[in-house]
Structures are given as C-alpha cells and as structure tokens.
Design a protein. Structure first.
Length: 212
C-alpha cells in the first residue's frame, strides 16, 4: 500500500521480489517514507508467512537527500572535431545501442526486468516531444535510437517480421527446399498474433501510465 500526500492509503499489486532486486527495493523504501506494505515470506519448503501492515519509518540518523549529500548525475556532452570522428562516435553509439537492446530483451525474457517497463507509441511520442524542446541534436539522437530498436525487433526470428523471413530462408538453404506451405501459413498466423498482442499490451501500458 502507498500513502499519498493527503494521507490516503492506496492498495497496490503484489510483486515477487527476487534476490537481485533487493538493493532497488531498499532504495525505494528509503526514498519517500512512510509506506505501508503487506509481506509474504517463504520459509523452508512451501511454508508461507504473511506479515500485514509493515510500516516504514524514516531514520533521521541515516544519510538521505535531506540530511546528507545529494550527488547529482554527471553529464558531459561529446562533440566531434571532424566528420570522421563524428562517424566513429555515431558508429560506436549505434553498436552500443544494439547491444543494449538485445540485453534488455534478454532481461525481459528471463524476468530480470519487469514487462511494465515496455513502452509503446504513446510514450515514445511524449518522450520525443519533450526532447525536441531541449534541442535539435537530442531529437535526432532519440530518433536514431528508436530506429535502431525497431531494426533489432524487426530482425527477431518471428514470422511476419523480416527476421522470420530470414529464418525460413535459412531453413530453405539448409534443407535445399522451402518449408511446407501449410507450416509457413501457421507460423505466419502465430507471428501475427504475437506481434499484435505485444502492440496491444504496449499501448495498454501507455494508457495506464497516462491515467494512473
């Protein structure tokens, strides 16, 4: 449960906390107390102990942004001295973005990253609008990042996408014959359903962020 500024308690969703997520939970609890939590703790085998209404209390002896140092994020702007250096920096940034996109996809599949962090066209439009007001170069940068993300997703081995076509062509290259037409049709429908489901889920998350 989360207590807002008016003292009203709003119930939240149950979230399973994994071992590698505790540092984030510890930071979130200390950031804006007081919160009210219900805990379910697994002990031993299948035994589950529920601890309701666990309140967090601010510890004034522990350094925080109000009583200690507030370290701001260091930001540096890199500027190329020439065309070749600009191309080199752009290539490096593109490769880094591609790696980051694949790592994020892997984290989503393995559960290390919550699916609630997926953004759809509404969120992308809002972010692009905000960055456009900060400068032309930031707008160009975010457009490039979006294009790279779309390219990576497009080459995933999912039928309907280009990656799915490459997968079928690879099958044809190995077997020296195309996949049966019925198999291609079934895979196409499955891929279309997966892509449409992902799009609806992302748009639903965008709408949820706008209103909740």
């Amino acid at each position: 449960h989360v207590t807002n500024e008016k003292g009203e308690i709003k119930p939240g969703d149950w979230q399973e906390i994994k071992l590698h997520q505790w540092p984030f939970i510890d930071w979130a609890i200390q950031k804006s107390p007081p919160y009210l939590f219900d805990l379910k703790v697994k002990r031993g085998g299948d035994e589950t102990v529920e601890i309701p209404n666990v309140a967090t209390v601010e510890d004034k002896t522990w350094p925080s942004t109000d009583f200690g140092f507030d370290f701001a994020t260091e930001k540096r702007t890199q500027k190329a001295d020439g065309v070749m250096e600009a191309l080199s920096m752009g290539g490096y940034r593109a490769v880094r973005t591609i790696k980051s996109t694949y790592q994020n996809l892997y984290s989503l599949v393995t559960g290390r990253t919550s699916v609630k962090l997926i953004s759809g066209p509404i969120t992308l439009a809002r972010v692009t609008y905000l960055l456009a007001g900060q400068g032309t170069w930031k707008l160009i940068l975010i457009m490039g990042i979006i294009s790279i993300n779309l390219a990576v997703v497009n080459f995933l081995p999912i039928p309907v996408l280009d990656g799915g076509h490459m997968m079928l062509l690879g099958y044809e290259l190995i077997r020296r014959k195309p996949a049966p037409e019925r198999v291609q049709v079934v895979l196409t429908y499955i891929g279309l359903a997966a892509v449409l489901s992902l799009m609806l889920f992302a748009v639903g998350l965008d709408i949820w962020r706008l209103f909740f």
